[in-house]
Design a protein around this ligand. Structure first.
Ligand SMILES: [Zn+2]
Length: 67
C-alpha cells in the first residue's frame, strides 16, 4: 500500500488522472483516483467551493473576518 506521502507526491498516469481546479478556475493539482483524496485534503474547503475565498489581494467591499 502506498503511504500518505507517496500519494501526496504521487506522479499520476496522464491517461488516468485529471486536473483539479479551485473555485476560481485556477489549476491546483493533477490527480488520479488513487491520490485525489490525499492531495485535495491539503486545500481549504472554501478554496474549492467559494470563488470569493480569501486571497492576497483585498476585495473591495468584503468585510474583514478577523483572521
Ligand atoms: Zn495520482
Amino acid at each position: 500500500m502506498p503511504s500518505h506521502n507517496d500519494l501526496l507526491y504521487h506522479y499520476c498516469d496522464k491517461g488516468d488522472g485529471w486536473m483539479e481546479y479551485d473555485a476560481r478556475g485556477i489549476p491546483l493539482q493533477f490527480v488520479c483516483h488513487e491520490c485525489c483524496d490525499v492531495k485535495m485534503a491539503q486545500y481549504r474547503p472554501d478554496v474549492l467551493s467559494n470563488p470569493q475565498y480569501e486571497a492576497d489581494e483585498p476585495i473591495e467591499g468584503e468585510p474583514e473576518n478577523g483572521f
